[in-house]
Design a protein around this ligand. Structure first.
Ligand code: NAP
Length: 321
C-alpha cells in the first residue's frame, strides 16, 4: 500500500485528491491547521473523515513541517497548502509569501533531510505568468502580477532547484483555474453560481463583482487532481501545464450561469463594486496542455458549459437542504 501525504487536504483540491488516492488504495494522510473555525466541511461532504489520517501542521511553522515529514515518510507528497486567493494576497502579501513561498521551501528541505525517497508534487499556478497575449506553456515567460503569483514563482523555482541540486523527485503542476462545487466562496465562479441559485430562490437580490472583463482558462478540479497523481507516476520529474486550452471572460460565465436557470440578462442583478477591483490584474490566461497530453496522457473531461451547470446545480441543491 502506497502512503500519500497531502498538505492542504481541507481545501478544494486536497479533498478531491484524497478521494482519488483512496480509490486507488493509498493510505492517505493530510495536514490541517488550527483555526478558530472548523474547516473540515469538504472532507465531510465527500465522506472522507474516517478514511484519512489528519496531522496538525502549519506551513509557517518549520518545526511542525519537520515532525510531519519525519513521521509520515510518504511515498508521495502533494504540497497543496497555500493562501490561494489572489485577491487576499494584495492585503496580506507577507503571509502569502510565507505560506506559499517559504512554506514550500520548508517542505522541500524537510524531505531532503528526513524523507529523500518521497516524490513531491508542487502546486504551481498559471498566475505565475502574468499578462501577455501568448498561450502559455511550460517555457513561457513568468512575470506575475500579484503577491500570490510572485510567491508561486519562488516556490516553482525552488522546486526546480531542489530537483537539480539534490536529485529530489519534484514535479510542478502549472495548473490553470479549476473549479467545482467545493470551490471557496470568495472565488468568482463559486460566488456567481452561489448567487445565481440564491437569486433564483429569492434569497438574494444583487451580486457585487470586480473586474468582469478578465478571462480565465477554467477547468474542473476533479480532472485536475488526476493530473497531479499522473505526474508522480512517471519515471522522471518534470513540469506540466494543466489547462483546457480555452478561455472565457467572467462576463461570459455570468451569461452562462444566469441563462441556465432562466433568470435572463445578468445585468439586472450584477453591480460593479470598485472595492473589488485589484491593484493589478491579468486580462487573459489561456494554457497549452499538449505536453501533459503527450507525456502523461492527461486531458480534461468536463467542458466549460458543463462546469457551469455542475456548479449551479449543486448550489441549487444546497438551498433545498
Ligand atoms: P484552497 O481550497 O484554498 O485550499 C488551500 C489549502 O491550504 C487549505 O487546506 C488550507 O487550509 C491550506 N492552508 C492555508 N494556509 C495554510 C498554512 N499556513 N499552513 C498549512 N496549510 C494551509 O485551494 P485549492 O483550490 O485546493 O488549491 C490547492 C493548491 O493549488 C494551492 O496551492 C493553490 O494555490 C494551487 N492552485 C490552485 C488553483 C485553482 O484554480 N484552484 C490553480 C492553480 C494553483 P484551511 O482549510 O485551514 O484554510
Amino acid at each position: 500500500m502506497k502512503k500519500a501525504l497531502i498538505t492542504g487536504i481541507t481545501g478544494q483540491d486536497g479533498a478531491y485528491l484524497a478521494k482519488l488516492l483512496l480509490e486507488k488504495n493509498y493510505e492517505v494522510m493530510g495536514t490541517f491547521r488550527r483555526t478558530s473555525h472548523r474547516s473540515l466541511e469538504r472532507l465531510e461532504v465527500l465522506d472522507l473523515m474516517n478514511k484519512v489520517e489528519l496531522i496538525k501542521m502549519d506551513l509557517t511553522d518549520q518545526i511542525s513541517i519537520n515532525k510531519t515529514i519525519k513521521y509520515s515518510q510518504p511515498d508521495e507528497l502533494y504540497n497543496l497548502g497555500a493562501q490561494s486567493f489572489v485577491g487576499a494576497s494584495f492585503d496580506q502579501p507577507l503571509l502569502t509569501s510565507n505560506v506559499n513561498g517559504l512554506g514550500a521551501l520548508g517542505i522541500f528541505e524537510a524531505v531532503k533531510e528526513f524523507s529523500p525517497h518521497s516524490k513531491i508534487y508542487q502546486a504551481s499556478s498559471s498566475e505565475m505568468f502574468g499578462n501577455s497575449d501568448e498561450i502559455k506553456n511550460e517555457n513561457s515567460r513568468m512575470y506575475p502580477a500579484s503577491p500570490y503569483g510572485i510567491s508561486k514563482v519562488f516556490a516553482h523555482k525552488t522546486a526546480q532547484h531542489y530537483r537539480e541540486a539534490y536529485d529530489i523527485f519534484i514535479s510542478c503542476g502549472i495548473l490553470f483555474n479549476h473549479e467545482s462545487p467545493l470551490r471557496g466562496l470568495e472565488f468568482v465562479t463559486k460566488k456567481i453560481t452561489s448567487a445565481v441559485a440564491r437569486i433564483k430562490a429569492n434569497k438574494q437580490e444583487t451580486l457585487y463583482l470586480g473586474n468582469i472583463k478578465s478571462k480565465r482558462d477554467w477547468g474542473f478540479a476533479g480532472d485536475y487532481v488526476k493530473a497531479m497523481w499522473l505526474m508522480l507516476q512517471q519515471q522522471k520529474p518534470s513540469d506540466y501545464v494543466i489547462a483546457t486550452n480555452e478561455s472565457h471572460s467572467v462576463e461570459d460565465f455570468l451569461t452562462g450561469a444566469f441563462e441556465y436557470v432562466g433568470l435572463g440578462d445578468w445585468r439586472k442583478y450584477v453591480k460593479i463594486d470598485k472595492k473589488l477591483i485589484r491593484p493589478q490584474d491579468i486580462d487573459n490566461l489561456i494554457g497549452d496542455s499538449s505536453k501533459a497530453k503527450r507525456e502523461i496522457g492527461w486531458e480534461p473531461t468536463v467542458q466549460y458549459k458543463d462546469l457551469i451547470r455542475l456548479m449551479v446545480d449543486d448550489d441549487l441543491k444546497l438551498l433545498e437542504k
